[in-house]
Design a protein around this ligand. Structure first.
Ligand code: ZN
Length: 251
């Protein structure tokens, strides 16, 4: 008893037999071909447009396929690992011959699970050429992978990317330009400054502060008590900063 693929009606009326040749996994390093005596059935439903249908073996081989499902899976793994032409050479060595073009076709038609939409992203500068041309890099911070490289550092570019990727809840970023782009592209997302940029900004601020009080710092280094009080306060702050930085790095 077989079911008609068009109407689902069961039938046991065999119309004819035919031979299918399908390639299978190798045996002892030899190429294996299965010669399958398949049947054609008549559909028992008089209303069905499909009078005759061929026997289906969904777990073994797809209709009209020339290789078994298990051989196709192995060849696909090879294709993904080494690509079309190299995959073809390796498959031949392993007694599962397949052309490079067929491997590429198999790779293209392989079903992919679409990745989950990103929820937490980091946006930062990225150098096409250091000191000359910068773009924007967007990373998925939960999966630690790069999502996209944008050609420039423009707020509009960031905004339009975010609009195309709804569902982002948290954006870690540093630059003001990104801030405006992120506000427009994902108005509901929470924007946070990441730890590295906070510390970098703080360090930069302190360097400027010390730079402005160079005279006092020099006096303090000579042991001049009258001018050293503000420096001691600054040094205290610096010590506290170092401690905060260490905690942040350790966290
Ligand atoms: Zn039918």
């Amino acid at each position: 008893m077989r079911s008609c693929p068009s109407c689902g009606c069961g039938t046991g009326r065999v119309h004819s037999h035919y031979m299918r040749r399908v390639a299978d996994l190798p045996w002892q390093g030899r190429v294996v071909e299965i010669r399958l005596h398949a049947r054609r059935f008549r559909c028992a439903n008089p209303q069905c447009r499909q009078r005759i249908f061929t026997e289906r073996l969904p777990e073994t081989v797809q209709p009209k396929a020339r290789r078994t499902a298990r051989l196709g899976e192995s060849q696909l793994v090879i294709g993904f690992a080494v690509g079309g032409e190299s995959g073809s050479r390796l498959s031949r060595k392993l007694a599962m011959p397949v052309s490079g073009d067929t491997l590429l076709r198999m790779i293209r038609s392989a079903g992919f699970e679409p990745p989950d939409a990103p929820r937490v992203v980091g946006i930062d500068d990225w150098a096409w050429r250091k000191g000359q041309r910068y773009g924007t890099i967007i990373c998925d911070l939960e999966r630690n992978r790069v999502l996209d490289l944008l050609p420039d550092r423009n707020a509009n570019t960031v905004a339009s990317w975010l609009k195309r990727h709804p569902g982002i809840e948290v954006i870690a970023r540093d630059r003001a330009g990104v801030y405006y782009g992120a506000r427009r592209g994902a108005p509901d997302a929470t924007q946070v400054a990441d730890r590295w940029h906070l510390l970098q900004n703080l360090g930069e601020g302190l360097r400027l502060a010390f730079g402005r009080h160079r005279k006092v710092v020099r006096a303090a280094s000579r042991g001049d008590r009258r001018t050293s009080a503000p420096v001691i306060a600054l040094a205290d702050n610096l010590n506290r900063l170092r401690w905060t930085k260490a905690t942040a790095v350790a966290a």
